[in-house]
Design a protein around this ligand. Structure first.
Ligand SMILES: C[S@@+](CC[C@H](N)C(=O)[O-])C[C@H]1O[C@@H](n2cnc3c(N)ncnc32)[C@H](O)[C@@H]1O
Length: 343
């Protein structure tokens, strides 16, 4: 219903300048503002600048951060800055729940693809060629276009499971599945949460060779004896034996045709009574929300070949591959939900 005063122009400013808000967070992360404040809380902007090696004009950035993730107190006429609970937990690099790497990835890669959203909509395809000059006919060759980029992507994805991993893995009781294969399991971040939550299980992380080698070099720690890695291409190579196949944020990368191909392969490898667990950000039944998932779906447009889907769309893909009895559970607070289907 329209109001007599007409629409609020401030709202348009808020939407159109929203990218500035993200950039402030990205810059503060990149510069290490939250880390410096965690080491020695309460400095003035001149002391922060000295520790970061930035210009004395850093006060502008710190003051905008105060509206997002810092607190400030004026003492003796001087502004003194500190982290908030939000930044201490999620933005300080050393915190176990830190999202620092995800913010860096969003700043350095995702943001540059989003700069070409209109072109992506026009062409119906991702923007690696426009943004980075790399052809994207082999999706993961474009995503992993350098060793540094692969490491940044793997670290970014890991951050999400450090916060939401337990809740997606406890959406269903997975204890009846002692041998689990995490297909496209990347650094093993979800596998680590899985073995912590289910003491009786072992997990094989299956991913392409370069990712497995990077995971072994940078992510694996000795206490994870119940996690193994296997190199391979899930479209081409035989899949490891397992009671349950996890596909976390894998199907959203691909077209319906490629998803069907992969799910049919999993169904073939699966034992009777075995299962497939799909973990994705789920659209509402009518596909018109939640906004975060709609934005993720646009992100799939600019960065992949896929899209986010509704539970019914995932059920249809699973059913076409032969899986029955698919149940869907959304996690209470998180962005991700889980769909468990049995053979
Ligand atoms: C979007 S990431 C999700 C990673 C992880 N499951 C997570 O939720 O953090 C997709 C994963 O699929 C892997 N992948 C892509 N194509 C693959 C293929 N043909 N065979 C095996 N793994 C593949 C990628 O290397 C990447 O680790």
């Amino acid at each position: 219903m329209s109001s007599p005063e007409g629409p609020r122009p401030g709202l348009l400013d808020q939407y159109s300048q929203g990218f500035m808000v993200s950039q402030v967070l990205f810059a503060a992360c990149e510069l290490g503002v939250f880390d410096v404040l965690a080491e020695a809380p309460g400095p003035g902007s001149d002391a922060v600048a000295a520790r970061l090696g930035t210009s004395s004009r850093d006060e502008m950035l710190l003051d905008v951060c105060v509206s997002q993730a810092l607190q400030m107190e004026v003492r003796g006429g001087k502004a003194l800055y500190d982290n908030t609970e939000l930044s201490s937990t999620y933005l300080v690099r050393s915190h176990p729940r830190s999202q620092h790497n995800m913010l860096l990835y969003l700043a350095r890669t995702t943001y540059l693809c989003w700069a070409h959203l209109a072109q992506a909509v026009r062409e119906g395809k991702n923007q690696y060629l426009t943004a980075f000059g790399v052809p994207s006919d082999q999706l993961f060759t474009a995503i992993y276009r350098s060793e540094g980029e692969r490491l940044m992507f793997m670290r970014a994805l890991q951050d999400v499971w450090s916060v939401q991993g337990r809740s997606v893995l406890s959406a269903f009781d997975l204890s009846p599945f002692p041998l689990i294969c995490d297909l496209g399991g990347c650094s093993g971040a979800l596998a680590k949460e899985c073995v912590a939550l289910y003491p009786g299980c072992r997990v094989t992380v299956f991913d392409i060779p370069a990712v497995v080698q990077t995971a072994k070099r940078h992510f694996l720690s000795p206490e994870e004896g119940r996690i193994g890695f296997q190199e391979g291409d899930f479209f081409e190579d035989p899949l490891p034996e397992a009671d349950l196949y996890i596909l976390a944020r894998v199907l959203h990368d691909w077209t319906d045709e490629k998803c069907s191909q992969l799910l049919a392969k999993i169904h073939q490898a699966c034992k009777p009574g075995g299962g497939a667990l799909v973990i994705e950000s789920l659209l509402d039944a009518d596909g018109r929300g939640p906004l975060t998932t709609q934005l993720y779906s646009l992100n799939m447009l600019v960065q992949t070949e896929g899209k986010e889907r509704t539970p019914a769309q995932y059920r249809a893909l699973l059913a076409a591959a032969g899986f029955g009895d698919a149940q869907c559970r959304r996690t209470p607070a998180g962005t991700y939900g889980a769909i468990l289907a049995r053979k």
